[in-house]
Design a protein around this ligand. Structure first.
Ligand code: AQP
Length: 333
C-alpha cells in the first residue's frame, strides 16, 4: 500500500546516532519504496523554540539537509525543504492552536522535560511546539509519520487535533489522522554515559553521543568509554532488566546491524563487554563514517544544498498552500 510520509528533524546541530536509528534510517527505507510519497522537513521553526545563534542556525539547516542526503534520501524522489520557507506551517499552527485545549498541551511530557524547573522562563513556542508539529503533518495529509518513541505522544495529540477540527467544523475526514511509524525496541537510543537518559543533541557531554559527523577514531574512543556494568553479557532479554547501559549498547548493535535483540544476545551471550565493544565500534564506524564523509563533502557544496531546499520548498508550497486555503474557507475566512 502506498504511504504519504511526513517527518522532520530540528536543525539544532550535533545530529546523532539516536536521530539516525530512531528516525533518519527509517526515512531512507521509506524513500526507497517507490510506492511512497515522502516529505522530509528541516524544522527550523521548531528549532527557534529555544534560543539559536543566527549563523549557526543557517549552517545547521544546510547540515541537516546534507545529513538527509548523505544518509541515502534521494532529493529527486523525496521532497526535502526547510519549514520556514512555507508560510502555511505557521498559519496552520495558529488556526490549530485556537482549537486545541490547554489541558491537552499540559499533558505533554516533552515540554516538562525540556522546560525543566524553569518552566516560567521557557518560551511559549516551546509549549505550543506540538501544535506546530500537528500543522506540519496535517497540511500534507500524511498517512504515516516515522519518528522516535519520544514523539509518540505528540503524534497522538496530532490525531486528536485532526479529529476535533473535523468535528468542530463538520468536515468529515478533511484533516487526516496519521499513524506513527516507530521501530519497536530501537525507538529510543540512550546516552552512552547514562542508560536512563535519552541520547540528545543538547547533552553538554560530547561523549554521551555518537555524532553523525564523528570520525572513525572518535567513534572507537566513545564506544570504549561508554558506560557498562561489571557483569558479562546475558543470553536472554529478560536478564537485561535493571541494566540500562548494557541494554542500550546491545540495542544499538542490533539496530545498526538490522537484526533482532535476541539474535545479538545469542551472538554475544556470556562474552565480555570489551570484546563486544570492539565489534560494536567496528560496525558503527563502518556504517557511520561513510555518512560522515558524505556530509562533509556536501556541506562544501552550499549551492547544491540551497537548490535542493528551494526546489523542495516550491513543491511543498504547492501542497500545503492548497490545504491551508481550503482550511481557511472551512473556518469562514
Ligand atoms: N535518542 C533518540 N533515540 C531515538 N530517536 C530519537 N530522536 C531524537 N533523539 C532520539 C528522533 O529523531 C527525530 C528528530 O529529532 P529532533 O531533532 O527533531 O528533536 P529531538 O527529539 O528534540 O532531538 P534531541 O536530540 O533530543 O535534541 P535536543 O537535545 O535539542 O532536545 C525525531 O523523530 C526524534 O523522535
Amino acid at each position: 500500500m502506498s504511504k504519504k510520509i511526513f517527518s522532520g528533524v530540528q536543525p539544532t546541530g550535533n545530529l546523532h546516532l539516536g536521530n539516525y536509528l530512531g528516525a533518519i534510517k527509517n526515512f531512507v527505507d521509506l524513500n526507497n519504496d517507490i510506492q511512497n510519497e515522502c516529505i522530509f522537513c528541516v524544522v527550523d521553526l521548531h528549532a527557534i523554540t529555544v534560543k539559536q545563534d543566527k549563523d549557526q542556525l543557517s549552517n545547521n539547516i544546510l547540515e541537516t539537509a546534507a545529513t538527509f542526503i548523505a544518509s541515502g534520501i534521494d532529493p529527486t524522489k523525496s521532497i526535502i525543504f526547510n519549514q520556514s520557507k512555507v508560510h502555511a506551517h505557521a498559519e496552520g499552527s495558529w488556526i490549530l492552536s485556537c482549537l486545541a485545549p490547554m489541558g491537552w498541551l499540559n499533558r505533554m511530557t516533552q515540554f516538562k522535560e525540556k522546560a525543566g524547573k524553569d518552566k516560567e522562563k521557557a518560551s511559549v513556542g516551546l509549549y505550543i511546539y506540538p501544535i506546530l508539529m500537528a500543522s506540519d503533518i496535517l497540511l500534507y495529509d500524511a498517512t504515516h509519520v516515522p519518528v522516535g518513541e519520544d514523539q509518540k505522544q505528540h503524534l497522538e495529540l496530532t490525531r486528536d487535533i485532526a479529529q476535533k477540527f473535523n468535528k468542530d467544523f463538520n468536515c468529515d475526514d478533511f484533516l487526516k489522522a496519521p499513524e506513527p511509524l516507530i521501530k519497536k525496541n530501537f525507538a529510543r537510543i540512550m546516552s552512552l554515559k547514562d542508560g536512563l537518559k535519552k541520547m540528545s543533541k543538547s547533552d553538554p557531554s560530547d561523549l554521551s553521543r555518537i555524532n553523525l559527523t564523528d570520525t572513525k577514531d572518535e567513534i572507537i574512543n566513545k564506544i570504549k568509554k561508554a558506560k557498562t556494568d561489571s557483569y558479562p553479557i546475558p543470553d536472554e532479554e529478560k536478564k537485561l532488566i535493571d541494566r540500562p547501559e548494557a541494554q542500550n549498547l546491545l540495542s544499538i548493535y542490533s539496530s545498526i546491524s538490522s537484526q533482532t535483540l535476541d539474535k545479538t544476545l545469542v551472538e554475544f551471550g556470556g562474552k565480555k563487554f570489551s570484546e563486544f565493544k570492539n565489534q560494536l565500534a567496528e560496525i558503527l564506524s563502518s556504517k557511520i563514517s561513510p555518512i560522515s564523509e558524505e556530509i562533509k563533502k556536501l556541506i562544501n557544496d552550499q549551492e547544491y544544498l540551497n537548490k535542493v531546499l528551494a526546489e523542495g520548498a516550491s513543491k511543498a508550497e504547492d501542497i500545503a498552500g492548497k490545504k491551508i486555503k481550503e482550511m481557511k474557507k472551512i473556518i469562514g475566512f
